[in-house]
Structures are given as structure tokens and as C-alpha cells.
Design a protein around this ligand. Sequence first.
Ligand code: MG
Length: 249
Amino acid sequence: MRCPLCSYLGLSVAVASAAVFVAAGPAQQTAAKKWEVHDMKRPQPAMVSASDHTAPSDAIVLFDGKDLSKWNGNWEVKDGYFQAKAGSGNISTKDGFGSCQLHIEWMVPASCKCESQHGCNSGVFFMGRYELQVLGSNPNQTYVDGMAGAMYGQYPPLVNACKPNGEWNTYDVIFHAPKFKADGSLEKAGTMTVFFNGVLVQDHSEIWGATSHAAVAKYSAHEEKLPISLQDHGDPLCFRNAWIRPLAN
Ligand code: MG
């Protein structure tokens, strides 16, 4: 019996296996992870059903179009979405989350007038402190590390994928929480990967620290799980279809 690679190389399976495996050492690499290459005993991934327009079957739905029972705060629920109520403050999930996959959709009402950081500003704050900016940015000139898809004050988005006011935008985020040592110093920085309307705008960007305005962000040690907040910046931003999948690390 010959495999395609073996045929190409003109080698027997046994010779090819020895040559390739000894050279690359995959068995050695996986030993530390308990499993051999192609190990049939390796546990199967959990089955998850998903479609383009609904939360995956293993997701925690944070807003299903009807109520804000998963949130603390005083924003308004409307027809299938909820809206920031100016002056009412941020809202935060009742549960805490660390590393996660988050899906959330947002819209700047067509009636809003964007002027740099004013008129159409909100934000998704992971762990209540690491902001992925929400801002009407089509069109709206502002500093680039504060536009939609930016990690505020740290990284501009790779491209501007924002839709015009009045249209719904989608964020799909992989957030990895930072890790801290027992003495409170940073062990490993957090990261964000962000797809904005399906377009990559943050590629495993390493978080500098807790978001701050007009200052370099710094870390301070915190719990492993904390609520996600949405920012009340005084503007009537709308959100819908929010779900989250906690990640192991
Ligand atoms: Mg903001």
C-alpha cells in the first residue's frame, strides 16, 4: 500500500513514516499534550449547531430581542433591539466573563449626527475595562484609534468596514483575558481579534491595559471573570442579537 505522498516521493509507508516522523518529531511534540498524532482515543469536539442568523446552540444569549434580563442597567428595549438611554449610565452583564467569543450587532440611528467622538459613540467593554470602540464611522472623521473597530486609544482598525448610519453593523470578537501573577504583576497580556461586518479589523492585537482617554493604558490586576459593559456616551446607540461563548483560556 502506498499513500499519495509516498508515491510522489517513491518511498514505502514504513520508510516515509520513519523519515518524516523522526525528522519532524510529531510524536515527541504531542507527548506533552497526551495525544499521539491521529489518536483515535482523542475526545471528539462537542457537537454545536449554528446558522448565519441565530446563536450557536452552546452560546449564552445575552439579548434575544425581548428583554434585558441578563443585564444590569436602565436602557430601553424596543422592537427587537435595545437602545442606550442618555444619562442612564452604562449597562453590564449580570454574569462575569473572561476569555470569550462575543457576537453583537449595533446601529447608529439615521437621525444621529456624528462629529468626531460626539453624537454616535458607545463601546463594548470586555471585563468592564477593555474597550472595543463603537462609533458611527461612515462617514465621520476622528482620531483613528478612536473610530469604529478600534481598541480605543491603542489600535486603529485595519480597515474601515463601518456601514452608514441607519444600518446594522456586526462585531464578532475573540477576546482573551489577561493573566496576572500572584503579586498582581502582568503574566500575559490580553488580546482581541475582531471581525467587523465579517472583515478582520483586529488581528490578535495585544491589549496594553485598561482603556483610558488621552493616556497610555496600564494594567491593574483584577478577577478572572468580570461583566461586559456597554457604554453610555450620551448617544442613542442601538444593539441587538448579542450572544457569548466563554472560552477555556
Ligand atoms: Mg466609546
